[in-house]
Design a protein around this ligand. Sequence first.
Ligand SMILES: Nc1ncnc2c1ncn2[C@@H]1O[C@H](COP(=O)(O)OP(=O)(O)OP(=O)(O)O)[C@@H](O)[C@H]1O
Length: 227
Amino acid sequence: MSLILTDVTLTHPDGDGRLTALDRVTLEVPGGGLTAVVGPSGSGKSSLLAVAATLITPDSGTVAVDGTDTTGLSRGELAGLRRHRIGIVFQQPNLLPSLTAAEQLQVMARLDGRRPRSARGRALELLDAVGLADHAGRRPHQLSGGQRQRVNIARALMNDPGVLLVDEPTSALDHERGAAVVDLITRLTRERGTATVLVTHDRAQLAAADRVARLHDGRLSPPDPAG
Ligand SMILES: Nc1ncnc2c1ncn2[C@@H]1O[C@H](COP(=O)(O)OP(=O)(O)OP(=O)(O)O)[C@@H](O)[C@H]1O
């Protein structure tokens, strides 16, 4: 399991010109390890995640997910790749208000046409893995902010992705709950072997990372060992 960005450049329209959001970024994220991406506001962190998630095609450069070069894939092929190989955790959990925690996860499998019974089993197993075995029947308003983010993380793992992309998962949480969520992401990364990218503003979270990549004005310094 791996994610490899090679020489990725991404520009956005900016008045009469173009703004370079990512400038020849190369990043290799091996499976089983947590790579943190840090940088000031506007440095390109969200752009990097969007390109890694194959939601935006870069102007140049390549993105390889689990060894598959995504360059030139059709929209349908990219959608399939995202569904099966990539898990995304956004800042806000975006859970559906009327569904229980287990159902939030089962929806993912149903979208994929899998049997309801096996989806339920997997949903319960994942809720157990994130410490919510006793909360499977609760709806979002019956969960705390930290618990909702755990459901969000479990949902991202539902289709057993090789790549896990996590965007500021603790921005809505206090320090203690935020640290618990990062510990959880670290543990799941090691246990499941995912190639995980964690975008964060919080320097305290860098201690959990295996590597830290620093973005500045769209340019990436080579990852250094965290610590
Ligand atoms: N859709 C867009 N159109 C035009 N410019 C954009 C677009 N998306 C991002 N940008 C610009 O690209 C640069 C990088 O933005 P990006 O959101 O990737 O940074 P970031 O590090 O995630 O910032 P933040 O921490 O504030 O979320 C910024 O200058 C931003 O204004």
